[in-house]
Design a protein around this ligand. Structure first.
Ligand SMILES: [Zn+2]
Length: 141
């Protein structure tokens, strides 16, 4: 069982806005969602005000996603851009099964002898935030 109070949660996570509210609300129940367009079936993440497939602003909805995917690329950060971030940590691009490529964090940050490899299969996990929302990240499948 996963401890959802991960020590690496950054001090501040941007508040939800009009475009991201549905995404953040779902995270409160650990539900991961991506945006899909009913006009052209494009799938995108993070939430945007318009569809990057057909530029429609009227056909976007948040739909459930498993969050599972494969590591597209990653980097281990050893020098924190802010003093409240603990290093090292690993930032990755993960290609979701549903198609979009998402920016995420990989845990463990510093993997064992095997290390992270491009193409690794990953699954979604959550780090709870003090305000009730949760931050998605990925672990090895
Ligand atoms: Zn579209």
């Amino acid at each position: 069982m996963t401890d959802h109070t991960a020590p690496w949660v950054p001090g501040t996570v941007p508040p939800a806005d009009e475009v991201s509210a549905a995404f953040w609300d779902a995270t409160r129940e650990h539900r991961y969602t991506v945006q899909t367009c009913s006009a052209c079936q494009h799938v995108q993440y993070p939430p945007k005000a318009l569809c990057t497939g057909c530029m429609s602003m009227d056909h976007l909805t948040q739909v459930a996603s498993t969050g599972a995917g494969t590591v597209d690329t990653f980097t281990v950060v050893h020098r924190a851009p802010r003093p409240d971030l603990e290093v090292p940590y690993t930032v990755a691009r993960v290609r979701l099964t549903e198609g979009p490529v998402v920016l995420t964090r990989l845990e463990p940050a510093v993997p064992g002898e095997s290390g992270w490899t491009i193409g690794d299969e990953v699954v979604l996990d959550w780090a709870d935030l003090p305000d009730g929302r949760a931050l998605p990240f990925h672990r090895r499948a």
